[in-house]
Ligand binder design. Sequence first.
Ligand code: GLY
Length: 278
Amino acid sequence: MEIVIKPDGLTGGKGVRVHGDHFTCFKGARDYAKQLLTQNTEFLVEEKIKGKEFSLQVFTDGNSITPMPLVRDYKRAYDEEKGPNTGSMGSYSLPSHDLPFLSKKDIQSSIEILGKTVNALKKETGTDYKGILYGQFMKTNGKIHVIEFNVRFGDPEAINVLKLLKTDFNSIAHQIIDGTLGRTEFSNQATVCTYLVPDGYPTNPKENRTIKVDTDINADLYYASVYREKKEIKTTKSRAIAIIETGSNLEEAKQKINDNITKIKGDLYYRNDIGVLL
Ligand code: GLY
């Protein structure tokens, strides 16, 4: 059986070591485990599974959950799921709020897993878990597996879903606090979000390089790990800018990304297959 070693806690998507990618024998796995133990970091040893990942985020007031549109994010650095793991290179969602590789039953069971998790949290801790629950799942051999939970929005999945949110966010936050969470509405559009990252990211990123954005760019930009110096935007070692577009279908949203992403210039790269490799 191939395994994965996963530090217990946040690692910016870069702490997981996967058999075949980071080590090829038992000794490699043991060396990483020893390194984590020296740092007093607890870790999980899990079976490696292969399949398509997807993210399901829900709002919860501790009693009920309301699902957001499903999102697929792309963790590998290069096109066609090649290269090292990253914090995520981009994500897409569909106007129907589902994903092409998931059946209705898959979606239902993912929602049920999150609902049961919220119930279990209440039962085991006596406290209502209120806020956002993020489930990262993988479909493999026709089955849905949990990869991880986060008690926050996904990055960049938040950008996809919040772009579509029609219900007032403030009112959702109040309903969560009051325990009266109702329906939330999202518009039926496709979204494509692509991250521009420094050349060499994630292993040897070129930091302190100037990024220039043409003034005629027609897209929403979310500046991530960058800083300003003498009126210039500079890269750091992490993801630089997310660009998000919507469309009546995925092709339209992707075309808008293609039309605008080249207007962001610098020692940066991005994946071309976000929203194409379904
Ligand atoms: N997109 C992965 C995460 O937010 O953890």
